[in-house]
Write a protein that binds this ligand. Structure first.
Ligand code: FE2
Length: 255
């Protein structure tokens, strides 16, 4: 998601936007999951369904006519976004790893995990992203892997830059990685974002702030883990994903 479909800034300053976010959050009555439409996140109002969702009564029938992937489609190279081109991408090399579990901590095995992101300058390799920051010919920004027997996923990539997104005047997204997870079928797709610890933009980002419960927001932020840093090579971050239950990672659509 590049957020380029957002409307032009409506003239609100960051201070006015922060006040609007605080006002909306105060009215959420402790809801953990964000609403589908969060007005301060302007383009969210255009994205969520306005009609009642159609229940899928026979998921297997849907799968018969839907896309499919095979375990052999995913190669070991797909998880390393720094090795997809002739040269190395610019930026701070990082490794990101964690476990995908259910609410009881049981590993979710053979889960397809997809990642997409902006480059180190905060630019997506997408024609709709016209942010005046340089593209990197050695970085596409897409990777995928399968979880192992312990539910672990792992990516090597570069830390993305923050980018402007026109939600309001001087609106900047904190650095983030987009994640998609599939269960046993495409109809079970879940999409979310991972953030980096200590980012000063957290408080000013209506996307992250649409998660109105502070504890739930915190679960979207990875932890720097020095034990995961590779000497002379990369910095390590750990981010675990819980698919359901009271400690669930929040995804971008109510379930
Ligand atoms: Fe993004």
């Amino acid at each position: 998601m590049t957020h380029v479909a957002a409307p032009l800034p409506d003239g609100l300053s960051q201070e006015q936007m922060d006040a609007e976010v605080a006002k909306v959050q105060a009215g959420t009555d402790g809801a953990v999951h964000p609403p589908r439409g969060f007005p301060p996140y302007r383009s969210s109002t255009l994205r969520h369904p306005r009609q009642p969702l159609i229940p899928v009564r026979d998921p297997e029938a849907v799968e018969l006519s839907g896309p499919a992937f095979g375990l052999t489609d995913v190669t070991a190279l797909d998880r390393d976004l720094t090795r997809q081109h002739a040269g190395e991408p610019l930026g701070e090399r990082i490794t990101v790893t964690g476990r995908v579990t259910d609410r009881q901590g049981r590993p979710i095995r053979r889960q397809l995990v997809e990642l997409w992101q902006a480059n180190a300058s905060g630019r997506y390799a997408h024609q709709l992203d016209q942010h005046p920051a340089p593209l990197d010919p050695n970085f596409t920004g897409f990777g995928r892997c399968l979880t192992d027997d312990e539910g672990r996923y792992s990516f090597t990539t570069i830390k993305p830059g923050a980018y402007p997104w026109r939600n309001h005047v001087n609106a900047w997204r904190p650095a983030h990685l987009h994640f998609s997870l599939f269960g046993t079928a495409f109809t079970q797709r879940l999409v979310t974002q991972m953030y980096f610890p200590g980012d000063p933009l957290f408080a000013h980002d209506p996307v992250l702030q649409s998660v109105t419960d502070p504890a739930a927001r915190a679960r979207l932020v990875a932890a720097y883990d020095h034990g995961l840093s590779v000497p002379e090579w990369s910095l390590g971050y750990r981010w675990d994903i819980v698919l359901d239950g009271p400690s669930a990672t929040l995804f971008e659509e109510d379930r």
